[in-house]
Design a binder for this molecule. Structure first.
Ligand SMILES: *[C@@H]1O[C@H](CO)[C@@H](O)[C@H](O)[C@H]1NC(C)=O
Ligand SMILES: *[C@@H]1O[C@H](CO)[C@@H](O)[C@H](O)[C@H]1NC(C)=O
Ligand SMILES: *[C@@H]1O[C@H](CO)[C@@H](O)[C@H](O)[C@H]1NC(C)=O
Ligand SMILES: *[C@@H]1O[C@H](CO)[C@@H](O)[C@H](O)[C@H]1NC(C)=O
Ligand SMILES: *[C@@H]1O[C@H](CO)[C@@H](O)[C@H](O)[C@H]1NC(C)=O
Length: 873
């Protein structure tokens, strides 16, 4: 009914407006106005387009079943009795805002205040035109807003989601709208808004959550019945805090303004949400310590314990490192989040047994696979649409994997198979590998070392040569040249025997030799590893390098007592510290003990006999040198001559053969000297005298013979000559002694000694060995004994010289004279005749000498001095 009245009045005023352009307008906010009990309500009222004084008066009337006047600007009595208390207490009042505007205020609205409020202005117009009042409905509602929060779980793991449930209810729903806001308080920081829904189904995102909403991490769930749910996904540690749910009740803005006015707000703590970082909740375990054998398969299981495992992306890295701290860690296998192998050997396999359980299989284990194994897991959480972020990384405790090798096992023995006795001897050492076990396809390599000391201090050890597993020989620095030259050979004589040969050992090679044998086995990639190395006990290589000693003793086996006989000398050789010697013998000759030495004859180490330059060719056939026994040599000289006399000795040299079979000269020694001596008598002869008669008469002629009987005159020469001289030992002249009568030298030159005597002597060689003295005209003084002396000359074809021999004196021959006969013979005629005879004889002898010297002798060998002497004669 009230509405109808109002409507009709409104209609009238519109009509008036339509008729007259200017007519009064009274305005209040469009309603209904919704307010909450106890809240202050202000309702403004404006008047315009009016006539009359500018200041206008206003009246507020409450229209319910009946109209109840509230307040007036001009009439103090206007207030209805039922309202008087509230107006007087100021609970209800009117405030003039302007000449043409007032505001009705109810300080504490009551539910009973819900009514229509009419603002009226008394007319000051000349004509009643327009509307003189306006009405607005006020609804005072109770405070029924209830916010009930619920949180799905107070503790979540990183990456998990939480459901933030908020129930908002109010009893009166007309004219108002609700909004819900989720916020978080982190410590003392101000509330941070996540999301607000409403009023009017609008959604507003907190500054820090817009992206997450876009990424789908904030999901709003409206299940009706005042239930507002916010699902927060992929929680991160930073999402930890106290969550707050705020419910707000809104009414539309008055006076037709757009938007909403908040009339009620209620916040409730939803509770603390603690987010456990993933890293904290994760446990990565690897099992188990293992001791395995070569060629076994390593089977390791890496387990991950974490909440919300399914949403996790796991990147698994298998690591291995050596047992010592210094060993580097290396990646065995790296499998990405998507199960793709990022790095690692193809031999290594990994499988996912179940979510969070990984198995590593490493087949064909080798000792080098021993080590500490670790399993490292990198955890990835989804972020945004299809994105991931690395949330944590965990590495298991290491486990120990020991691969026990059935290690190659063997023994090494070193023996000297050839021991040197002398410098330059060949030497051979054998390095033998025995009791070889677990080698399979392994290989052996050897290293030969030398040390001058038995102790194995590395300073003294030098490597001679070493071979690697491929058998490639690497010479030691100091031995390179000798190895290249083949003087040292390093060989493998059988599968398990290595040999070292020093073909010509040197003094500097004395010392200790050892071999070191290494067993190489194959690794995973076919690489070779040294599995074991054993060194032999050093073997000493020594020999006494005594100086070679050579001695030679000569002994006379046959002495030549006379010329023409055989001389034999034997030389005995004694050698010490000479390796496999052979001897050469040289016979030397010296005429005198300190004289110049001449080489006669030699026998080489190869038993080649050679005449040396010191022998005259004519004697070549007369010497011999033989090896009569081992180490005994015999020298013979046949038909010893005077010129052969002297000293003979052996000059012996020791020779050794080197590797090239050539002779090397060694020590030499000379024997003592053996003298070849025999008395140089020349031919042995006797001289004797012979006379035809022993009783002669003076004046007679007597012939006395001086006869040589020669023995030992060499038949091949035959060249003997004599100096013959006749002597007389006169009976009467005792004091004068023996008187030389006449002589003939070996050239045949006759010399008379007695020129002044009456007796005539002549000498004549009747044959080679007989010299006849003829005494002509014997006188008494010729009586006495006669003897001859003879000096032997023999011609040496060697020297082509005449050699003087001994002088012999004959026994005397006596000549007795019949003196009676002698006296009668004393006559001058006889003297003259005798002299003539002597001259004649002399000329014959001269002729004979001349012819002999000129024709029967080689003039070259004529002693000139004698000839000169003769010519002067
Ligand atoms: C949330 O945690 C803060 C401090 O961490 C504490 O003061 C508060 O009482 C907690 N609130 C609830 C609901 O447990
Ligand atoms: C592996 O061995 C090490 C050292 O012996 C030991 O400390 C560790 O506890 C063992 N681990 C397992 C899983 O048996
Ligand atoms: C690895 O070990 C597990 C038990 O520890 C076993 O079930 C599995 O068969 C083994 N895998 C291989 C390949 O040996
Ligand atoms: C030389 O004469 C002596 C004495 O008459 C005699 O004994 C000796 O045998 C003779 N010698 C020769 C070689 O005729
Ligand atoms: C002659 O001979 C005698 C003895 O026979 C001697 O004493 C004397 O000196 C000689 N006179 C001359 C001139 O030879």
């Amino acid at each position: 009914m009230r509405k109808e009245k109002g409507a009709s009045r409104l209609f009238i005023s519109f009509m008036a407006l339509a008729v007259l352009c200017e007519s009064r307008v009274v305005k209040v906010p469009t309603g209904p106005l919704v307010r909450v009990e106890g809240q202050t309500v202000s309702i403004r009222c404006d008047v315009s387009e009016y006539e009359g004084p500018p200041e206008q008066d206003f009246e507020w009337t409450l229209v319910q079943e009946r109209e109840i006047n509230l307040v007036s600007t001009f009439d103090q009595m206007f207030t209805d009795a039922s309202m008087k208390d509230r107006v007087n207490s100021g609970d209800i009042g009117i405030t003039k805002l302007a000449n043409n505007a007032v505001e009705l205020t109810i300080k504490k609205a009551r539910a009973s205040d819900s009514a229509t409020y009419r603002c009226s202005t008394p007319s000051t117009d000349s004509v009643i035109q327009g509307n003189y009042f306006a009405e607005v409905e006020l609804k005072v509602i109770g405070d029924s807003l209830k916010v009930t929060p619920a949180i799905s779980q107070p503790t979540v793991s990183e990456g998990e989601s939480v459901n933030l449930q908020c129930n908002i209810k109010r009893s009166f729903s007309a004219y108002t709208s609700l909004s819900v806001t989720w916020s978080i308080r982190k410590g003392a920081a101000p509330l941070e808004e996540l999301l607000t829904f409403g009023p009017d189904d609008q959604m507003k995102l907190g500054q820090n959550f817009a992206q997450r909403y876009a990424d789908g991490e904030l999901i709003l769930g409206l299940s009706g019945g005042g239930n507002y749910g916010l699902n927060l996904k992929g929680l991160k540690p930073m999402d930890q805090g106290a969550y707050v749910c705020t419910g707000r009740e809104w009414t539309r803005q008055p006076r037709g303004e757009k938007g909403w006015q908040k009339i009620l707000e209620r916040s409730e703590e939803m509770g603390n949400v603690s987010v456990t970082p993933l890293a904290q909740s994760l446990v990565v375990t690897l099992e188990n310590n293992a001791t395995l054998s070569v060629k076994d398969t390593l089977n390791l299981t890496c387990s991950v314990a974490a909440k919300g495992l399914l949403s996790l992306g796991m990147e698994v890295v298998w690591l291995v490192k050596g047992f010592t701290d210094s060993d580097n860690q290396r990646v065995l296998l790296h499998v990405g989040r998507d199960g793709q192998v990022l790095s690692g050997s193809e031999l290594v396999g990994m499988s996912r047994i179940q979510p969070g359980t990984f198995r590593l299989l490493l087949p064909n284990l080798q000792p080098s696979d021993s080590g500490l194994y670790l399993c490292q897991v990198k955890f990835w959480l989804p972020q945004g649409t299809g994105g991931w972020y690395k949330a944590a990384e965990k590495t298991s405790d290491p486990i120990q994997v020991r691969v026990t090798q059935l290690e190659p096992d063997f023994k090494v023995g070193l023996t000297a198979s050839k021991i040197p006795q002398f410098t330059d001897d060949p030497t051979e050492l054998l390095c033998e590998v025995t009791d070889l076990l677990n080698m399979q396809d392994g290989r052996l390599a050897v290293t030969w070392s030398y040390a001058n000391m038995p102790e194995d201090t590395s300073q003294t050890v030098t490597t001679i040569a070493s071979s690697d597993y491929q058998g490639v020989l690497v010479p030691g620095d100091l031995y390179q040249q000798r190895l290249v030259n083949g003087l040292i050979a390093v060989t493998r004589s059988s599968l398990s025997t290595f040999s070292l040969q020093l073909l010509h050992i040197q003094d500097k090679d004395k010392g200790f030799y050892s071999c070191s044998v290494a067993a190489w086995t194959r690794g995973h990639q076919g690489d070779w590893n040294k599995a074991k190395e054993l060194k032999s006990i050093p073997v000493e290589v020594q020999w006494s390098s005594k100086t070679p000693v050579l001695s030679v003793t000569a002994a006379q086996a046959r002495g030549a007592m006379t010329g023409g006989s055989t001389f034999e000398m034997r030389c005995q050789v004694t050698g010490h510290n000479i390796q496999n010697p052979s001897y050469s013998v040289l016979i030397r000759y010296q005429e005198t003990e300190s004289g110049k030495s001449r080489k006669v004859l030699s026998l080489s180490a190869d038993s080649i006999l050679q005449l040396e330059e010191g022998i005259v060719p004519s004697r070549a056939d007369s010497v011999a040198l033989d090896k009569t026994r081992p180490l005994e040599y015999s020298f013979r000289l046949y038909g010893a001559r005077v010129s052969d006399r002297g000293f003979y000795y052996c000059d012996v040299t020791a020779w050794t053969r080197d590797q090239s079979n050539t002779w090397n000269r060694g020590v030499s020694a000379e024997s003592q000297k053996i003298q070849l001596a025999f008395a140089d008598t020349g031919p042995v002869f006797n001289v004797s005298t012979y006379s035809d008669s022993t009783q002669v008469l003076p004046g007679e002629t007597v012939k006395l013979k001086c006869i040589m009987s020669v023995q030992g005159a060499t038949s091949n020469t035959g060249e003997v000559a004599y100096d013959v001289e006749w002597f007389q030992s006169p009976v009467q002249a005792m004091e004068n002694g023996d008187v030389s009568l006449i002589s003939m030298d070996h050239w045949g030159v006759v010399k008379k000694s007695r020129e002044n005597g009456s007796s005539q002597y002549s000498i004549e060689r009747t044959n080679r060995d007989t010299f006849v003295l003829t005494v002509h005209h014997i006188q008494d003084r010729d009586m006495g004994s006669y003897y001859c002396t003879a000096k032997l000359w023999h011609f040496s074809p060697d020297t082509r010289l005449w050699n003087e021999g001994q002088t012999l004196t004959s026994a005397p021959a006596f000549l007795a004279i019949n003196l009676a006969l002698w006296d009668s013979m004393k006559s001058p005629v006889l003297y003259g005749l005798g002299a003539a005879l002597v001259v004649a004889l002399l000329s014959i002898v001269l002729g004979f000498i001349t012819s002999r010297c000129c024709f029967s002798r080689n003039p070259m060998h004529t002693p000139r001095s004698k000839l000169m002497e003769m010519e002067m004669d």
